[in-house]
Design a protein around this ligand. Structure first.
Ligand SMILES: [Zn+2]
Length: 295
């Protein structure tokens, strides 16, 4: 049987993405995820923002001790790459800001976790050429950022071009596309985000997600490319999230899909999804392991 790899990346950040300053999910959801992975005999990669690691060093150490991989996810969840849609008050970093902030993120995460880091994921999957080049220079070996639903060119891990990260080249960094169901018709012109896998395991359920995983595997087989399914999830999805948050001078009301089924339902469905993927013959790999496999 053709090999099939699954990479589960857990983006360690504030509750409901970057729209609150709270870490309930990181504190309470992370141990649940570590237990689930252990029970299923799989490992994941936990990408910490520098701030998340620095404010929750116990969580960072817990992940490192569990044998799961610790990676990086920017300093403060800022827009480090090319933005795909605007977010008020969050402007993309200037190219010269990218490398020093990545270096700082790496040192904060490593100090908190007591482990070295070689893998990265951009907030919102918004990568760029400047980011992959800086990652390579800083000794990272894997970036799991490329949003397949948006660029629609790379469907399997590749070494990016130093002049355009979305093309193949000879960077030593491995770029791993986050999978999307490229076989379905998109009803989201331009962005086509509805093909993306997140957060369907939680909002639609494991059975639906497995169907989309099977469709993507068939897509890979038809193209005769390796079957690699990279998922992204967050610790806050495994703890009940509120429908609104007041802090500072405003109230944030997340879109319904952001908070739907966060908590027990999400944990149950993720467990069922892992069972189903194992049933399809999937081998779970960390980002570091995948980079070594493709070296
Ligand atoms: Zn994130």
């Amino acid at each position: 049987m053709k090999p099939m790899h699954v990479l589960i990346g857990v983006d360690m950040e504030t509750d409901v993405g970057s729209f609150t300053p709270f870490y309930e999910g990181a504190k309470r959801g992370t141990p649940l995820l570590i237990d689930l992975f252990k029970e299923k005999g799989v490992q994941g990669t936990f990408f910490f923002t520098g701030e998340c690691a620095r404010e929750n060093p116990g969580v960072a150490r817990m992940v490192a001790k569990s044998g799961n991989e610790v990676g990086c996810h920017s300093l403060y969840h800022e827009t480090i790459g090319d933005e795909l849609f605007p977010i008020p008050g969050v402007k993309p970093l200037l190219p010269h800001e990218v490398k020093p902030r990545l270096a700082l993120c790496k040192s904060w995460v490593e100090e908190a976790a007591g482990a070295s880091t070689t893998s990265f994921r951009c907030p919102r999957l918004w990568g760029s050429t400047a980011v992959v080049n800086a990652l390579e220079e800083l000794g990272f070996t894997c970036d799991v950022s490329y949003p397949m639903y948006f660029y629609r060119e790379q469907f399997a891990p590749y070494h990016p071009n130093r002049k355009d990260w979305t093309k193949r080249g000879d960077s030593t960094l491995l770029e791993v596309p986050n999978f999307a169901d490229m076989t379905m018709e998109s009803k989201d012109p331009g962005l086509e985000r509805d093909r993306d896998q997140w957060p369907l395991f939680r909002t639609e359920g494991a059975a639906y997600m497995l169907d989309r995983s099977k469709a993507f595997v068939k897509f890979c087989d038809d193209k005769n490319i390796p079957r690699v399914l990279a998922f992204y999830i967050h610790p806050w999805e495994f703890w009940p999230m509120k429908s609104s948050y007041h802090f500072g001078e405003a109230t944030v009301i997340p879109d319904e899909f952001i908070t739907k089924n966060c908590g027990e339902v999400a944990l149950r469905e993720l467990g069922l999804l892992i069972d189903g993927l194992l049933g399809m013959g999937a081998k779970f790999a960390t980002a570091r392991e995948l980079a070594a496999l493709y070296r």
